[in-house]
Design a protein around this ligand. Structure first.
Ligand code: ADP
Length: 408
C-alpha cells in the first residue's frame, strides 16, 4: 500500500483527524488535530508527531455557521498543503452505527452509504456527521478509497442474551436489539491491555470510557460480553448532555401528559439532560468540578453513583472482576470521579492508591487491591489506521459480514 492514511472522526461538536504513515505497526500519528466547538465558535488546532503546534493558516478564523461538510472540505485543503504533494492512500472514518449488517470495517460504496443512511435515526447525533465527512472526501477526491469502521463492531461477540430487550420477538427480529458503542476505543484497550497487565488482560475486565459520551464494556478474553449502551448511544451511563438509562415510562409521560413531540423529546434526552440538565451549569466535567454551585456537586455525585451502579450491573456477565480501566476525557483526567466511583465499589475488593490516582498514574490500585485499576489513554485513530492497512493489503476482507451472534 502507498500513500498516507487519514482518519476522520466527525462527531456532533468536533471533527478529529490524524495522519498515519502506511507502515505497520505505527501507533503514532504524523499529524493530529481537531476542529472543536462546532455549532458555537469552532476552533482548529493541530500538531505534528513531536507535539509542536502546526499553523492553522486559512483555518484560523472559522465561520460559526459552517456545516460539518464544509469544515471537512476546509480541513482537507489544509491537509493537502501540509502533506506538500505526498499523496493520501486511504481515508478511514469512525462511523457510529453499523446496524446488523456491518460488523467489520468495510470499503465504502454508494450502496453501503445508502444503507448507512438508513441507520441515522438510531444515532441522530452522530451518524449524519460521520456520513457528511464521507461525502466531503468523495467530493474532494472521488477516487480515494474510503473505509468505515464501526463503533458497534466490537460488541458483535456478545451472547444473544446480552443483546436482547424483553420486547416482543418480532421487534428483536427486525433489529431492535442492544448494539453497544465506543467499540473502537474498547478495541484499542483490548490490544494494549496485555502490555500493562499481562495474562490478566484475558481475564474479567471492565473498561469505563468516560468522555462527553460515556459507556462501559465488560470483556473476557479481550472480547465484549456486555456493555452499557444499547439500541442507541442514549442508554446506560449519565453523560455530558445525554440522560443515560431512563424508565421508558418517562418518555410516554412527556408525550402524553406534557404534549411534547418526538423532536422535542429527542432534544431533551440527547442535548439538554445529563451533566448539563442536572447541574444547569455545564456539560463539561472540569467546569462542574471547579464550580461552587450545589447543583454542579449534585450532578457530579449522580454521575459517580450511576457509574458505580452500572459497573456493578456488568459484573454478573463476567462472574467477578480482575481489572478496571478508566479512559477518555473524564476517565483519563478526573481523579475525583475515579475516586468517587471506586469508593462505591470497595465491596468488590477495589482499593485505590490516592497519590497515584491524584497524578493520573497508569496503575492507581494498591498492591493489596483485588482488582487492578488502570488509567489508559484511548486511541481510536490507531484502530482505524490499522483497519485501513488491513483492508488495503487484503482486498478479500472488504465484504460486509451479515449479523451473526456466535452463541445465538
Ligand atoms: P469526546 O467524547 O467528545 O471525545 P472527551 O473524551 O474529550 O470527549 O471528554 C471530554 C470530557 O472530559 C469533558 O467533560 C471534560 O470536562 C472532561 N475532562 C477533560 N479534562 C478534564 C480534567 N482535567 N478534569 C475533569 N474533567 C476533564
Amino acid at each position: 500500500m502507498t500513500g498516507d492514511i487519514l482518519t476522520l472522526n466527525a462527531g456532533s461538536s468536533s471533527i478529529k483527524f490524524a495522519v498515519f504513515a502506511p507502515e505497520h505497526p505505527d501507533k503514532t500519528a504524523r499529524i493530529t488535530g481537531k476542529i472543536a466547538g462546532i455549532g458555537g465558535a469552532p476552533v482548529f488546532t493541530a500538531q505534528d508527531r513531536t507535539g509542536t503546534a502546526l499553523p492553522a493558516g486559512p483555518l484560523d478564523a472559522l465561520d460559526p455557521s459552517s456545516s460539518h461538510e464544509n469544515l471537512v472540505a476546509l480541513l482537507l485543503e489544509w491537509l493537502e498543503q501540509q502533506l506538500a504533494g505526498q499523496p493520501l492512500g486511504i481515508v478511514g472514518h469512525r462511523v457510529v452505527h453499523g446496524g446488523r449488517t456491518f460488523g467489520q470495517p468495510v470499503r465504502i460504496t454508494d450502496a453501503i452509504l445508502d444503507e448507512l443512511e438508513t441507520l441515522v435515526p438510531l444515532a441522530p447525533l452522530h451518524q449524519p456527521h460521520n456520513l457528511s465527512a464521507i461525502h466531503a472526501v468523495a467530493n474532494w477526491r472521488p477516487d480515494l478509497t474510503q473505509i468505515a469502521c464501526f463503533d458497534t463492531g466490537f460488541h458483535r461477540t456478545q451472547h444473544r442474551l446480552a443483546t436482547l430487550f424483553a420486547l416482543p420477538r418480532a421487534l428483536s427480529d427486525e433489529g431492535v436489539i442492544r448494539y453497544g458503542f465506543h467499540g473502537l476505543s474498547y478495541d484499542y484497550m483490548a490490544r494494549v491491555l496485555p502490555e500493562q497487565i499481562g495474562a490478566k488482560a484475558d481475564g474479567r475486565v471492565i473498561v469505563a470510557h468516560l468522555g462527553n459520551g460515556a459507556s462501559m464494556c465488560a470483556m473476557q478474553n479481550r472480547k465484549s460480553v456486555a456493555t452499557s449502551m444499547g439500541f442507541t448511544a442514549l442508554d446506560g451511563l449519565m453523560m455530558g448532555r445525554r440522560c443515560g438509562a431512563l424508565d421508558p415510562g418517562v418518555v410516554l409521560y412527556l408525550l402524553q401528559s406534557k404534549g411534547m413531540d418526538a423532536a422535542q423529546i429527542e432534544t431533551l434526552l440527547y442535548k439538554n439532560s445529563g451533566l448539563l440538565g442536572v447541574s444547569g451549569v455545564s456539560n463539561n466535567m472540569k467546569v462542574l468540578e471547579d464550580s461552587d454551585a450545589p447543583t454542579a456537586r449534585e450532578a457530579i455525585d449522580l454521575y459517580a453513583y450511576r457509574a458505580a451502579s452500572t459497573l456493578a450491573g456488568l459484573v454478573p456477565a463476567l462472574g467477578g472482576l480482575d481489572a478496571l480501566v478508566f479512559t477518555a476525557g473524564i476517565g483519563e483526567n478526573s481523579s475525583c470521579i475515579r475516586r468517587a466511583i471506586c469508593d462505591r465499589l470497595q465491596w468488590l475488593g477495589i482499593k485505590i492508591d490516592a497519590g497515584a490516582n491524584d497524578v493520573n498514574a497508569i496503575k492507581i490500585s494498591t498492591e493489596t487491591s483485588a482488582v487492578d485499576v488502570l488509567v489508559l489513554p484511548t486511541n481510536e485513530e490507531a484502530v482505524i489506521a490499522d483497519a485501513c492497512r488491513t483492508l488495503m493489503n487484503a482486498p478479500s476482507a472488504q465484504t460486509p459480514q451479515p449479523h451473526e451472534s456466535p452463541d445465538s
